[in-house]
Ligand binder design. Structure first.
Ligand code: C2E
Ligand code: MG
Ligand code: MG
Length: 554
């Protein structure tokens, strides 16, 4: 450029100026271009300006632009361009064809103004949450839609993590809303630092957050991210010189597996989050079981199971057993869970059979008995009183010669009242080798413990063993309860089981009762003991302790 005042204007203006030849090859860019885009002039001279177009404009858009320009007309529009670092910016662009004396086009002059700030000012408040400044639900849904469309095209996965704080209301109630707001702001900051640059974290309002991940290489890395987010909460928050600890529950859904539109994905992540919360909070769950199973296959499960016991990764949850006449909890069933560092809380159907195959069920089973008995004892000591404790036994434990001695030991050390300890056996365990089973049962019975038949009705139900074995309780399998409101066969089977237990003076518990309709039918059939989600799912020790303590006050 000659050193003419005009060229100085071009050098110093804040607008981007680009000059190309008639084919669009760049001949000149001004310093404003370098500053805004991050490219130096050496990097772009002789090139086509494609490098700084984003894929936000369609081919038709460019076709229209070129037809306008080649007709010798000025073209102007608002566009989205891409900087050298990949980030996008909005421009208001005017392209003027330069025409020589023969009315031929020799050059194009592009003048563009960066209007990102302006657009941001206009749209920011309606797309961002004013408290945390994170994207809000609207913006999240837009980005999710975009991510899904892009992923479909490339056959890739998109994941939504839905996060809800555990017990946030307590903080609002006890420290006030201003403190709650401060906490949310600090949380937003921590989350932002935890996720990667390109990922979106949004606040949906209240204590709900959602995270969009569209660039992960395996389900395994998803688990790691979820765990990382939970870990980011481990350090206390300081609010008004109070130390506050908070945990969260996360649900994960993955497109296209769990839905291929934003609403479905979000709803399913929400369902998974509720499950995570029911399962004891401070963990994450995948929406689909299949996904959990899939993740499982990729881990050397056996190896991690071997370490689970020594790493204290097993925990017990307790599901109440309720007497519907009084509405009170009379007992609980101890149910095993595995708090896996990557998978979150894992349910027993995923690992019990492997524990059995590997023989690990024996030490783990002892741990279960010990833990349940200690819990029983603690309730007794703390004034809650005697609570019936049911513990599941696997056939392998039951057939182990040393089992009786171990149990005797546990009873002695924990000083539980064995009358309140009930061992759950399945029908199939009783069908094998009857005489040795009778001996085992009799020996155990001599210790004072009781027996229940679990999942009754699914095995080779034989009235014979009910008479011959010292059984106290029958648990009707949930398969018969499920359709009891409309399946007349199931209803007849339940009636028969209940009638039979009455005539044999056995206690009968209906398992897996989920609705009040089921409950009403069971009541009319005089089955008063129930266990099921209609009352409560299995919950962590602290929660069941609270429930037991609460009912003392009634
Ligand atoms: P189970 O002994 O028949 O336990 C009842 C199962 O039904 C539990 O599943 C419980 O969470 C579930 N359940 C209870 N109420 C409802 C309801 O209303 N709806 C539905 N859909 N389900 C309900 P969970 O905890 O997944 O345990 C599954 C099985 O794993 C148990 O079945 C038991 O056979 C085995 N298991 C659990 N803990 C242990 C253990 O410590 N040792 C051994 N050997 N087996 C265990
Ligand atoms: Mg059971
Ligand atoms: Mg059962």
């Amino acid at each position: 450029m000659p050193h003419h005042p005009l060229s100085r204007i071009i050098e110093q203006t804040a607008s981007i100026v680009v000059m190309t030849d008639v084919h669009g090859v760049v001949e000149y860019v001004n310093p404003a271009f370098e500053k805004v885009t991050g490219y130096t002039s050496d990097e772009v001279l002789g090139k086509n300006p494609d490098f700084f177009s984003s894929d936000r404009q369609s081919e038709e858009f460019y076709a229209h632009m070129w037809s306008t320009l080649l007709a010798g007309k000025v073209y102007s529009n608002n566009l989205i361009h891409k900087r050298k670092d990949g980030s996008l910016f909005h421009t208001e662009i005017t392209i003027t064809p330069l025409i020589d004396d023969n009315t031929d086009i020799t050059h194009f002059m592009v003048i563009a103004r960066d209007i990102s700030e302006h657009i941001r000012d206009k749209t920011h408040p309606i797309q961002h949450d004013s408290l945390t400044d994170l994207p809000n639900r609207n913006l999240f849904m837009d980005r999710l839609q975009q991510a899904i469309s892009k992923a479909q095209h490339h056959h890739r996965l998109v994941a939504v993590l839905f996060l809800d704080l555990d017990r946030f209301r307590n903080i609002n109630d006890s420290l006030g809303h201003t403190a709650g707001d401060q906490l949310l702001r600090q949380l937003g900051e921590r989350f932002r630092k935890t996720i990667r640059e390109g990922d979106t974290i949004a606040r949906f309002g209240g204590d709900e957050f959602a995270i969009l991940l569209d660039d992960f290489d395996s389900d395994n890395s998803l688990s790691l991210i979820a765990q990382k987010i939970l870990n980011s909460l481990a350090m206390a928050f300081e609010i008004n010189s109070h130390e506050i600890f908070i945990t969260a529950s996360i649900g994960i859904s993955i497109s296209p597996h769990d839905g291929d539109d934003p609403d479905t994905l979000l709803r399913n992540a929400d369902i998974a989050m509720c499950r995570a919360r029911e399962l004891g909070k401070n963990n994450f769950q995948y929406y689909s079981e299949a996904m959990t199973a899939h993740v499982f296959e990729h881990l050397s499960l056996e190896n991690s199971l071997r370490h689970a016991l020594e790493r204290n990764e097993f925990i017990l949850h307790y599901q109440p057993q309720v007497d519907t006449r009084s509405g009170k909890i009379f007992g609980v069933e101890a149910l095993l869970r595995w708090q896996h560092p990557e998978l979150g809380l894992v349910m027993p159907n995923h690992f019990i059979s492997l524990l059995e195959e590997t023989g690990l069920i024996e030490p783990v089973g002892i741990w279960v008995l010990e833990t349940a008995c200690k819990q029983s004892r603690q309730w007794h000591q703390s004034g809650i009183g005697f609570v019936h404790m049911s513990v599941n036994l696997s056939s392998r434990q039951f057939n182990n010669r040393h089992f009786i001695a171990s149990l005797q030991n546990i009873i002695k050390e924990t000083q539980v009242n064995p009358q309140y300890l009930e061992l759950e056996l399945t029908e199939s365990m009783l069908m094998r080798n009857t005489s040795s089973i009778i001996t085992a049962l009799k020996n155990l019975n001599a210790l004072g413990v009781r027996f229940a038949i679990d999942d009754f009705g699914t095995g080779y139900s034989s009235l014979n063993y009910l008479r011959r074995f010292p059984i106290d309780t029958i648990k009707i399998d949930r398969a018969f309860i499920r359709d009891i409101t409309h399946d007349t066969d199931d209803r007849a089977i339940c009636s028969a089981i209940i009638g039979m237990t009455q005539s044999l003076s056995l206690k009968v518990i209906a398992e897996g009762v989920e609705t009040h309709a089921q409950l009403d039918i069971l009541k009319t059939k005089e089955c008063h003991y129930i266990q099921g989600n209609v009352f409560s799912p299995a919950v962590p020790a602290a929660k069941i302790t609270q429930m037991l303590a609460d009912q003392l006050l009634i």
